[in-house]
Design a protein around this ligand. Structure first.
Ligand SMILES: NC(=O)c1ccc[n+]([C@@H]2O[C@H](COP(=O)([O-])OP(=O)(O)OC[C@H]3O[C@@H](n4cnc5c(N)ncnc54)[C@H](O)[C@@H]3O)[C@@H](O)[C@H]2O)c1
Length: 478
């Protein structure tokens, strides 16, 4: 801790600012209200915590049947209900949504028999009633971002494991509350970062573990996806929640798709940690013009005109304790092809997934040809892909990765195994959101990234991608 603080002091003085005293020389163009909020982010990022119990590698008692409840079954949550109903040992006990028709529609997507699936739709707090039930083991949360942490903490306090959609939380303090609640209750808090189960990502993770890349020098990840029009479509998101987020916060609001797989490659929280970051946003060229155009057609969008929309492209740079760097990009509003980049540059080899297809190179010549890549895949594909990959592709969900993620979560719970993506991952990957906001608002100044493992990253072990244990859960045919 003392060393951390010393190096941060050095960092702060290099940057020429009094970060530790909390006296941030905020950008003079900021409104005073913004300045207060941003100082709050810095203060929370510096707050010290003491460990209670290490959830990394923790194996909770095995559950033969995982009695599961869902909260928030809009576009994403309803698809999860369907996928989970294809997994042996899942008993869907309850479905909650503030929109009753969404809850009913999700229930109708259940593909196997024997699920009671009681609906909870009375009001905005009906999920609390569900969490208080004694006969539920897992609460699967897919509401809008602002509610993730609140529901997860309440559920863990009521004795449930939780799985929550991305990002796990939107503030530094909520990231810490997730960690401390998981440690105190010994309940798993799993972040549902499906991209960690995509095929090329798993291949490169195994390659990294086998030393194929040598030392990893630099990595890049992203969430670049033009979903601008959908921000203004009522059926796409409850109460335009994503438009509201983009109208009020400026930074990388959705870091985990790009960051999760990269952090696994770099062993973050398990032998490595993210140390500090800087972040820069472009101006907004897309969102306010779109809001203005939409307001002409629909008066509901009038209140969005001239909001402080987030800059369309955010670029964050992160330095890890191992000396590697991560560049993370985020753009959801300019017309360009989808990309999560997923680039790994090591002392011996290089990989990059986007633009598709994924490519690998050894040395500075061309990328490997198709045949060599196929042979490499055969040799290095982790066992989880060999075991469930083809079935997952059939069932679908972003090409199979969604199903692989759900299957692995349930198989770990049923066999009493540690989960792949624990509360420290949930917190570390999600905290980049609020920290990037602070850096953007303060002229891209560096900010220390909290170590949610509280020093235990040095001993924590990497998660199992070779199914050394478990793999006993069947997929239900329909
Ligand atoms: N991992 C992925 O690939 C992926 C893809 C899409 C969305 N997501 C995540 O999934 C989550 C949901 O996104 P979405 O696109 O399905 O949004 P959505 O608006 O379609 O769904 C959110 C649901 O939450 C419900 N809800 C709101 N308040 C509630 C309350 N108080 N109690 C119960 N239910 C409530 C809404 O009625 C709605 O049905 C987000 O966190 C998003 O980031 C992840």
């Amino acid at each position: 801790m003392a060393t951390d603080r010393r190096s941060f002091l050095k960092l702060s003085s290099l940057a020429g600012i009094g970060l530790l005293s909390g006296k941030v020389h905020a950008n003079s163009t900021l409104k005073s209200q913004d300045r207060t909020a941003l100082e709050h982010i810095l203060k929370e990022a510096e707050r010290p915590y003491k460990p209670v119990f290490n959830m990394s590698g923790y194996a909770a008692p095995a559950l033969d049947i995982v009695r599961t409840a869902f909260v928030g079954v809009g576009n994403r949550g309803a698809a999860a209900v369907e996928r989970m109903s294809r997994i042996q040992g899942v008993d869907i006990k309850a479905i909650c949504d503030v929109q009753p028709e969404k809850a009913s529609a999700a229930k109708a997507r259940i593909k196997s028999s024997g699920h009671e699936a009681t609906l909870y739709t009375k009001d905005e707090e009906s999920w609390k009633e569900l969490c208080r039930r004694e006969d539920i083991d897992l609460v699967y949360i897919a509401t809008h971002w602002a509610m993730h942490a609140e529901i997860a903490i309440y559920a863990m306090e009521h004795g449930k494991h939780v799985a929550l959609e991305i990002p796990a939380a939107t503030s530094v303090e909520d990231c810490w509350r997730l960690v401390m609640t998981s440690e105190k209750t010994k309940k798993h808090c799993v972040i549902l970062e499906n991209c960690c189960y995509d095929f090329f990502e798993l291949l490169t993770l195994n390659l990294a573990r086998q030393g194929f890349f040598g030392d990893i020098v630099h990595t890049e990840g992203a969430y670049i996806h033009d979903i601008l029009n959908s921000f203004f479509q009522e059926e796409k998101r409850y109460d335009f929640w994503r438009l509201r987020e983009n109208a009020e916060r400026n930074g990388n609001l959705y870091p985990t798709h790009g960051l999760g797989p990269i952090c696994q490659v770099l062993k973050v929280n398990r032998g490595n940690k993210m140390d500090f970051m800087t972040s820069m946003s472009s101006d907004d060229f897309m969102l306010n013009p779109k809001a203005k155009a939409m307001a002409q057609e629909d008066a509901r969008f009038g209140s969005f005109v001239n909001k402080p929309f987030r800059g369309n492209m955010n670029v964050s740079n992160i330095k890890t304790a191992s000396g590697s760097t991560i560049t993370l990009q985020h753009d959801v509003s300019t017309p360009r092809p989808y990309s999560r980049i997923h680039m790994i540059s090591g002392t011996k080899a290089f990989a990059q997934k986007y633009p598709l297809p994924g490519k690998i190179a050894i040395g500075d010549n061309d990328f490997m040809d198709e045949e060599s890549l196929r042979k490499l895949e055969e040799q290095y594909q982790p066992k989880i892909i060999k075991h469930i990959g083809e079935l997952a592709k059939d069932i679908g969900g972003h090409g199979g990765m969604d199903f692989m993620m759900d299957w692995r979560l349930i198989d770990c719970l049923r066999n009493g195994l540690p989960v792949d993506m624990d509360v420290y991952d949930a917190a570390a990957w999600s905290v980049i959101g609020p920290l990037s906001e602070w850096s953007v608002a303060n002229g891209s100044k560096p900010i220390k990234i909290p170590d949610f493992t509280m020093g235990r990253w040095k001993e924590n072990k990497v998660h199992d991608i070779d199914l050394a244990h478990g793999a006993t859960t069947e997929v239900i045919k329909v």
